[in-house]
Design a protein around this ligand. Structure first.
Ligand code: NAI
Ligand code: A1CAB
Length: 266
């Protein structure tokens, strides 16, 4: 494992990664360096995790073996230009920016920079992230394993061909937002039927968590698990018919597809 890791940008994703990583115990807080344009944001997170806030991108690069760039895609060109002079040989650059390909990243870095492109998601914050990683040719096997271990410390992580990163963006990168909307809608209906809000959110979220665990842990086809809930002539099949009539599956598929397509244009 790396002795030191830098995170540039401590917003939604930088915070989720730093928190997940330190809480998993894979790295100690004092091995993790944080830099944010707004120092108070980095300081707050550093205080929470026992991590170290640094004052500049230069210092972050100088003190870290590997650096995760966690700023919005439109900020990335400026950040890449700013850090380029400090990318010494052997330094590992990890980008989580939507849309930025390995070749575009490489074009902005010194030649032969070791580059990793990752698409993570925010449930990293609670140790249930889903990340896909793709590497350029300059990392050693041990370095690749160390980067994968970081993303496995707060969830599942798979190495994929770069062509699949857009699909991953649509499915697991954006997916949490769709699931939160689904949870909100389930809870709204619970409230409509008389539940109090806190109860409705707990019942909705636990139902999604339980169903997700059933898929992951039983290995059964989701269709079979759905069939098991539907009693003949019962309540659930009535609701399944309603979802089908309202284009539920097509809506969910289209959400993933438009996110993936957008990722190709950023
Ligand atoms: N939010 C999500 O669910 C996911 C986001 N991503 C990617 O992660 C990246 C970061 O996204 P978020 O965390 O949502 O953004 P964010 O806006 O929440 O966080 C970025 C942070 O970087 C700071 N910052 C801005 N310019 C800076 C600079 N020049 N130097 C240092 N810090 C600077 C901002 O103050 C902010 O705190 C994006 O490229 C996005 O595509 C990838 C997967 C999921
Ligand atoms: O909306 C976005 O651009 C980022 C990428 C995946 C999730 N959020």
């Amino acid at each position: 494992m790396f002795k030191t890791l830098g995170i540039l940008g401590t917003g939604n994703m930088g915070r989720a990664i730093a928190s997940g990583l330190v809480r998993s115990g894979l790295m100690q807080g004092n091995q993790v360096y944080l830099y944010n344009l707004h120092p108070e944001k980095a300081q707050r997170l550093a205080d929470e995790l026992g991590a170290v806030r640094v004052d500049s991108a230069k210092e972050l690069l100088e003190r870290s073996e590997a650096v995760i760039l966690a700023v919005k895609p439109f900020i990335m060109p400026g950040v890449l230009e700013e850090i380029k002079p400090y990318i010494t040989s052997g330094k590992i650059m990890v980008s989580i920016a939507a849309g930025l390909t390995l070749s575009r990243l490489a074009a902005a870095m010194p030649e032969q920079t070791k580059i990793v492109r990752v698409m993570p998601n925010t449930p990293a914050m609670v140790g249930e992230g889903m990340s896909a990683l793709t590497f350029n040719t300059y990392l050693t096997e041990a370095e690749k394993e160390a980067v994968v271990a970081i993303f496995r410390s707060f969830g599942k992580a798979e190495v994929v061909e770069e062509r699949l990163i857009d699909a991953v963006c649509g499915l697991s990168g954006s997916g949490p937002a769709f699931v939160y909307m689904f949870i909100e809608a389930l809870a709204d209906a619970g409230v409509r039927e008389g539940m109090f809000r806190p109860m409705a959110y707990t019942f909705a979220a636990q139902t999604v968590l339980g169903a997700a665990k059933m898929v992951l842990e039983t290995g059964e086809h989701p269709g079979k698990l759905k069939d098991d809930v539907c009693s003949p002539g019962g309540t659930t099949i009535e609701a399944v018919k309603s979802l089908e009539e309202n284009g539920f599956r097509a809506a969910a598929m289209n959400a993933v597809i438009v996110s993936a397509e957008k990722n190709k244009t950023l």
